[in-house]
Design a binder for this molecule. Structure first.
Ligand code: ADP
Ligand code: MG
Length: 454
């Protein structure tokens, strides 16, 4: 991995941004503290000094000396400057030997370098205010700025010492995070490449942190699971289609071959009829498959109009009455009240017809088949029941899959597509198709789904 790759990562840029933000915030705080220490405090002391010196200048000599003496006695930290000078500028009292050069005698505070109070060499900063007295002398009051200046230096040092490590540690943390991110993204990238190259069983690595990258990786893994499942489904459907078309096509081919080889024309005709019947079977399968995908695409939803499910059941019922009669089945319809729904009338008839077809086909001769449409708890419901062999609970989910036919049904003609078609049509209309035990027999019920909000 190149170092430039690292600098390009979002986490590193974020770390740099963070370092800048922290530096800016720290600087603002320090600038405020500095301003308070350096300016605000000095100004406050200055105001007090000019007040004091104004008052002192007006005091009589002995009283002023007493006050100044008291002031010096209570100044344990040796911060106060006090001086009384006669008209010629000679010191007559206080701890300031001579009037500092350059100090205006105007009663206002001025920062000035003076000899340190505690003795010693050099000078130290102080704020001094001097004022003329009525006797011609001068009174001087001041305060050392030594502590203030020391505090200023401390603030500047703290700022320098605080900001540099902050920037450095933010950058180091950023680098560590970037390294981690780059490593994770690289392993994800490698997994994606393996998947693109055809290893559909591979999955993106998901760490234990459950952070946003992990969440995305888990989402992609779920998507891959679903894609694999769908691919398997498509494969099994296409296998089934091939299998289901192969039987009628090979029977057709065989019949025609035999017919052509037979000497009599009547044998040829019989073979042609047989071939025709098998081709019809193949066509039924293909037509049903095409219908299912057409309906699944929902192309007809925009053609929905108000329909009455009771009337739909009656239409399907009439279609199958002759067949029921031929099998001596007691065939009843219970759809006296309108069951309004928005939908496609012909598709719904096709769905109900498929359920009736199964009931008549799998039910015994002299059996019982009933068809009903009703509104239950405000929801439309269609039911078709029989007293045939029923559906084993282990198969109650399977029978709705394409081409699924239970073992017991394989002697009875069929494609295994009818229930899938019916379920798809009902689903398009917001109805769920389920099978229950009819004690004995099967009871297929399609009932309207509850609205998503409730
Ligand atoms: N009324 C029923 N009674 C018993 N089994 C049924 C009934 N309806 C459907 N089945 C089972 O469900 C399977 C799928 O039904 P369907 O999709 O209509 O296919 P087909 O009718 O072509 O067999 C049937 O093969 C059968 O095993
Ligand atoms: Mg069927």
């Amino acid at each position: 991995m190149r170092i430039s790759d690292l600098f390009r990562t979002a986490s590193f840029r974020l770390a740099v941004l963070f370092a800048f933000a922290v530096t800016a915030a720290t600087t603002v705080i320090f600038v405020f503290i500095y301003w308070h220490v350096a300016t605000f405090d000095v100004r406050r002391v200055g105001v007090r000094l000019s007040d004091e010196v104004a008052r002192a200048a007006a005091e009589p000599d002995d009283q002023l000396r007493r006050q100044l003496r008291r002031r010096l006695a209570s100044d344990l930290r040796k911060l106060d400057y006090v001086g009384l000078f006669d008209a010629r500028g000679k010191s007559v009292f206080g701890n300031v030997a001579a009037l500092p050069e350059g100090l205006p005698i105007d009663g206002a505070p001025h920062p000035i370098e003076v000899a340190p109070l505690g003795g010693g060499s050099g000078t130290e900063p102080a704020l001094l205010a001097a004022r003329q007295r009525p006797n011609g002398g001068v009174v001087l009051i001041g305060r050392s700025l030594y502590e203030v200046y020391a505090l200023r230096r401390l603030v500047i040092r703290a700022l320098a010492l605080g900001v540099a490590p902050t920037i450095l540690s933010a950058l180091i943390i950023g680098l560590i995070f970037s390294l981690r991110t780059v490593k994770r993204l690289r392993s994800i990238n490698e997994a994606i490449l393996r998947i693109i190259q055809g290893d559909l069983q591979d999955r993106l690595p998901v760490g234990p942190w459950k952070d946003d990258v992990d969440n995305i990786a888990s989402g992609v893994n779920l998507m891959l699971d679903e894609i694999v499942r769908l691919l398997d489904q498509i494969k099994s459907v296409s296998d089934n289609i091939a299998h289901d078309l192969r039987a009628p096509l090979s029977i057709t081919r065989m019949s025609l071959e035999r017919g052509l080889a037979a000497p009599a024309e009547k044998d040829l005709r019989a073979a042609a009829n047989r071939a025709l019947a098998e081709l019809d079977r193949a066509l039924t399968t293909v037509t049903a498959l095409l219908r299912i995908s057409e309906i699944e695409l929902g192309r007809r939803r925009h053609e929905f109009v108000p329909v009455d499910l009771a009337e739909v059941c009656a239409t399907a019922f009439e279609l199958y009455e002759p067949l029921a009669e031929a099998k001596s089945i007691s065939f009843t319809l219970d759809a006296g009240r309108p069951v309004p729904l928005s939908g496609d009338h012909d598709l719904l008839v096709e769905a109900v017809a498929n359920l009736i077809d199964n009931a008549l086909k799998f039910g015994p001769e002299n059996g019982v088949v009933c068809v009903s449409a009703s509104v239950v708890s405000g929801r439309a419901e269609v039911a078709v029941c029989d007293n045939g062999p029923g559906v084993d609970p282990s198969e109650s989910g399977e029978i709705f899959k394409r081409f699924y036919r239970s073992k017991s049904a394989r002697s009875i003609p069929g494609t295994g597509l009818g229930l899938n078609l019916a379920a798809t049509i009902f689903s398009l209309h917001g109805l769920d198709l389920k099978v229950a035990d009819n004690h004995p027999g099967a009871r297929f019920v399609a009932s309207q789904r509850l609205p998503a909000s409730s």
